[in-house]
Ligand binder design. Structure first.
Ligand code: NIG
Ligand code: FE
Length: 425
């Protein structure tokens, strides 16, 4: 018999990708689907996944075990949001109104709005204020079914303000059920005070910020934004090479608004991910497939920027690139914490199947954060991070779009949230 301290029973359908490696090509949409399922956990780990009959025959509940009745709902792994700009102060709804009147994201950035307006507000906020914001946003993400999230700095752009943002991520995430992986994004844009001498800002990132960040242990990855309003390919290369030399993993905002050859750079550097990719070239796709760099698609950002150009999603999948889906949560190009929304748009705008989108938003996203051995799928031995959605099967999550239906969340084997779900049958 298998002893358990938590059982999730009465599951209408359980769906999960399988394995510790990312799902590629035709395997992306191949999930393990178990109707009439149950899950058992012990000390935070999954010890059983299977049908109710096998559960009854093999699992023994320990005296103080908890039971979660899924009431016929659908159980998936917790969502993994592999790209967010979590610790910022202030919103930019005024710019949104301008964009609705026809202004573009690039025009707003060119006149000093955009990222720079959030930099001003984030510099003015102290670490406790930012940490409280991080925590509130993690609460929102958890309520929407996310159990692992990546969080970037990048609105400080001075040594102290970047470290302050990373410290706010650490403090805000302390003891929170959502696990957070932090990324240093000092190379988000060149701040106003260095625009006349951008080389010195790049030198500041390399010589002062990176050593301080790496020494602090506050970040696992470094990221850079390659764009006409941000950094050139050569600047990003020098920053990320320096990051790598200090032991940080690297990722890259790549080919979002033009084909900058940034996907190729991400591949060359062995980056964990190349993100956005609306304009990635066939050469970029080949390079990502060879390096195994995860293409993190951000369909909610593409949508919110009203970008006609979509990433070549089918070519990425068919080309053997591991594909993930994330939110890009930030105050400018994607002010939503909802992985459910990202999932819907991955299907409705980027034409992933529901099963492909689920694998992209869980196991492949966990791989993009170096965590696929630990979480991202529902399998014996993995951490028990799972969500009960109040729908009869996984297709309803996207088919009946626009309504979050999270009924319960289990993180590391603890029931951390239950909600009275909207009617689902
Ligand atoms: O991922 N692309 C650059 N950075 C963010 C936008 C940040 C902002 O507008 O504040 C993004 O889309
Ligand atoms: Fe981003």
């Amino acid at each position: 018999m298998i002893d358990a301290d938590l059982a999730v029973t009465n599951i209408g359908e359980l769906a999960t990708p399988v394995g510790h490696a990312p799902r590629l090509g035709p395997d992306l949409g191949r999930l393990r689907v178990v109707p009439g399922a149950a899950v058992a956990c012990r000390e935070g780990r999954i010890v059983f996944v299977g049908d109710a009959e096998a559960f009854r025959a093999t699992v023994r509940l320990l005296p103080k075990a908890a039971t979660l009745d899924a009431r016929g709902g659908t159980v998936l792994p917790g969502f993994v949001d592999a790209h967010t700009h979590l610790p910022f102060a202030g919103w930019r709804e005024g710019e949104f109104a301008e964009r609705l009147r026809g202004a573009t994201y690039s025009e707003i950035a060119a006149r000093g709005g955009g990222i720079l307006s959030t930099v001003a507000k984030t510099r003015a906020a102290d670490v406790a204020t930012l940490a409280a914001l991080v925590r509130e946003r993690l609460d929102a993400m958890l309520s929407l079914g996310t159990t692992l999230v990546e969080a970037k700095s990048g609105y400080g752009l001075t040594v102290d303000d970047e470290v302050k943002q990373l410290a706010a991520i650490r403090a805000g995430a302390e003891g929170h059920p959502v696990e957070v992986v932090a990324t240093f994004l000092g190379a988000h844009t060149v701040p106003a005070e260095w625009r006349a001498d951008r080389a010195r800002y790049v030198a500041l990132v390399i010589r002062e910020m990176l050593p301080r960040v790496a020494g602090s242990g506050l970040a696992t990855y470094a990221d850079a934004f390659v764009d006409a309003h941000a950094f050139t390919l050569a600047e990003a290369r020098s920053i990320l090479e320096a990051a790598r030399a200090l032991g940080l993993g690297v990722r890259l905002h790549a080919d979002q608004l033009a084909d900058d050859g940034a996907a190729e750079l991400a591949a060359e550097l062995g980056a964990a991910s190349a993100d956005h990719l609306e304009f990635v070239s066939p050469r970029g796709i080949d390079a990502l497939a060879k390096s195994g760099t995860v293409a993190v698609l951000l369909p909610a950002a593409t949508h919110f920027l009203m970008q006609e150009r979509k990433p070549p999603v089918r070519a990425l999948i068919d080309g053997g690139v591991p594909v993930a889906v994330a939110t890009d949560f930030n105050p400018g190009s994607c002010p939503t914490e909802s992985m459910g929304t990202a999932l819907e748009l991955a299907c409705l705008s980027h034409r992933l199947s529901v099963d492909e989108a689920i694998a992209a938003a869980t196991l492949n996203a966990a791989h993009a954060l170096g965590r696929s051995g630990e979480t991202g799928s529902l399998e014996v031995g993995k951490r028990a991070d799972l969500v009960v959605h109040a729908v009869p099967n996984r297709h309803h999550l996207v088919y009946r779009f626009g309504v979050p239906r999270v009924a319960a969340v289990v993180a590391a084997g603890r029931i951390v949230r239950t909600a009275e779900p909207v009617p689902s049958r």
